[in-house]
Ligand binder design. Structure first.
Ligand SMILES: [Zn+2]
Length: 113
């Protein structure tokens, strides 16, 4: 005899769907076996750094991706997000820098004249 993991109803051993709540019934393995418990520090660090130090965010994000591949995918989405956010932040800060630089140069050129 096995039991539904959602509602706890008794199930036939060959049952695929719980007759009470309708949820799919898998093998009765513990819920935590498929989710990795280890945290990917590089992915988290990269994600945080992406907002403050985009270049570091790219580096940590890239390390997080390679670490995620070794850890069976743990934190991979976060690491990829870190690289993407870092890249966007780098482009934005470059545009801001270039725009203000152009504005300052234009101002100086006007002052000289
Ligand atoms: Zn159920």
């Amino acid at each position: 005899m096995k039991y539904c993991s959602k509602c706890g109803a008794e199930l036939m051993d060959e049952a695929v769907i719980c007759p009470k709540c309708g949820c799919a019934v898998g093998e009765n393995r513990p819920a935590n076996t498929t989710t990795a418990n280890s945290t990917n520090g590089f992915a988290i660090a990269g994600f945080v750094l992406a907002f403050f130090f985009p270049l570091l965010g790219i580096i940590f994000g890239a390390m997080g991706i390679s670490k995620a591949n070794k850890m069976g995918g743990s934190g991979k989405g976060l690491a990829i997000a870190a690289v993407i956010i870092s890249s966007i932040a780098t482009v934005i800060s470059f545009i801001v820098f270039a725009t203000s630089f152009t504005a300052i140069m234009a101002y100086i050129a006007n002052e000289i004249r």
